[in-house]
Design a protein around this ligand. Structure first.
Ligand SMILES: NC(=O)c1ccc[n+]([C@@H]2O[C@H](COP(=O)([O-])OP(=O)(O)OC[C@H]3O[C@@H](n4cnc5c(N)ncnc54)[C@H](OP(=O)(O)O)[C@@H]3O)[C@@H](O)[C@H]2O)c1
Length: 413
């Protein structure tokens, strides 16, 4: 597939939202790994010049030559000008449902590739419905969920059927994602995005329907399959001889994985099944902990769905612009195991371990997003344009980048 832009743009990447908590981390990573213009032509963008200059100063001497560009979500002309100047826009401006739609439209119109960190399923559904076909026509690859939601899930699942085919010549019957260990925290931007999604769902019942539909991100007419709604209760997992509780991000990740399967022409199979959970310690004796965690998670979700309580929560949770400390990010990590089922012979099941060397939400996420942007700008991708998933847009190219540069490894165990 030829790239409609042929490298003729002024920049490879514009990072929009560079003044936010995650945007600064992405800028730090791009600068550390790719410098400020010789290797990769990139720029800092946001809505406030003083703040952007402050970020550039904080990044140090090496950042002095980085251009600063201004664009506000309420000014379509500024978004269009941004999209026209670059091969890729990497956006950390959220909540995306509030501030992101104009930029996606501008990128689609200009044939500019785009990646972000949204986990706002209802907004992704909106972007798919509005822009998938126009983006196909313009060649723009619009890729949501390029952070901890949902790259480990989406690329991990892609990896397993490829390995199953390579080793045993068959398609996987099912894959399960099991978070073994993780350590990290939340930022104010993520809290704001989550609370905004609940606000919008309260006003529009169609949003609740999309969130509850396991195939809510699939192409229209293909929103069905063998998977049901996410588990709400603990379950015993005989393969791991341990109890498993629902994984909070599962409601996003599973939909992304199922969209990948559909966009890849059901490369994982029409009968493919997928679910996510957290493995509890203490093996068969882990039920009390699993039950307590499930109950706490259900209580949090129930409280957050009541508007008055949601407002009180916003008062005590992290504020926009803030997030886990440098130490918390550096000492954070995650270990996930994916189990791919062979369709007939369970001795041929595949287990893949994914490890991340920073906290999942920010340290590791910022590296995954930055490498996604570089992958879209640089790698010889063969995917068509559209509103895609990381696996469909970038697939094995991104897998290699994450392993080589971003501290995220995928290994068969
Ligand atoms: N999926 C994942 O794994 C993951 C992980 C981390 C973050 N996220 C998501 O990433 C997003 C950012 O999170 P964060 O913690 O970095 O948020 P944040 O610190 O609040 O940063 C938000 C950014 O958006 C900018 N912004 C706000 N309104 C704008 C407007 N009208 N026009 C232009 N720019 C505007 C802010 O600019 P100012 O500085 O000028 O206010 C700031 O740069 C959130 O949606 C969060 O949920 C997802």
């Amino acid at each position: 597939m030829s790239d409609p832009m042929n490298g003729a743009r002024e920049f490879d990447i514009i990072l929009w939202g560079a003044t936010g908590f995650t945007g600064r981390l992405v800028a730090e990573y791009l600068l550390g790994r790719y410098g400020s213009g010789a290797d990769l032509r990139w720029a800092l963008a946001g809505r406030n010049r003083d703040k952007l200059e402050g970020v550039r100063d904080e990044l140090g001497h090496a950042a002095a030559g980085l251009p600063i560009l201004l664009a506000d979500s309420s000014d379509d002309a500024s978004l269009d000008a941004l999209a026209a100047r670059t091969r890729v826009i990497c956006s950390t401006v959220g909540p995306y449902a509030l501030y992101g739609s104009g930029l996606v439209a501008a990128c689609v119109g200009r044939g500019t590739h785009y990646c972000d960190l949204t986990g706002e399923v209802h907004w992704m559904r909106r972007m798919i419905d509005m822009h998938h076909d126009p983006a196909r026509a313009s060649g723009a690859r619009i890729v949501h969920t390029c952070g901890f939601d949902s790259i480990p899930s989406d690329l991990g699942v892609l990896f397993i059927p490829l390995e199953m085919q390579r080793r045993h010549g068959v398609a996987c019957a099912a894959v399960k994602f099991r978070a073994r260990e993780f350590k990290g925290g939340f930022s104010g931007g993520t809290v704001a995005s989550m609370l905004n999604m609940l606000d919008e769902a309260e006003r529009d019942p169609e949003i609740t329907a999309v969130l509850a539909d396991p195939y809510g991100l699939n192409p229209e007419g293909e929103r069905r399959g063998l998977d049901g709604p996410e588990h709400a209760l603990p379950e015993y997992d005989a393969d791991l001889a341990a109890w498993v509780t629902p994984f909070a991000m599962g409601a996003i990740n599973t939909k992304v994985v199922r969209r990948s399967n559909a966009l890849l022409g059901y490369a994982y199979g029409h009968e493919f099944r997928y679910d996510e959970g957290i493995v509890m310690p203490f093996g068969a004796f882990g039920f009390p902990l699993a039950a307590a965690l499930s109950a706490a998670s259900s209580a949090f979700t129930a409280a957050a769905s009541v508007r008055g309580l949601r407002k009180s929560m916003a008062g005590v949770l992290p504020k926009p612009g803030t997030g886990p400390s440098e130490k918390a990010r550096a000492t954070g990590y995650y270990v996930i195991e994916l189990i791919g089922r062979h369709p007939v012979d369970r001795t041929c099941d595949l287990r893949v371990r994914i490890r991340g060397d920073r906290d999942p939400g920010y340290g590791s996420t910022s590296k995954m997003l930055a490498e996604s942007a570089v992958c879209l700008a640089r790698d010889p991708l063969t995917s068509a344009g559209g509103v895609l998933t990381p696996a469909v847009a970038m697939g094995e190219h991104l897998l290699a980048r994450l392993a080589d540069h971003a501290g995220v490894s995928f290994e068969v165990i």
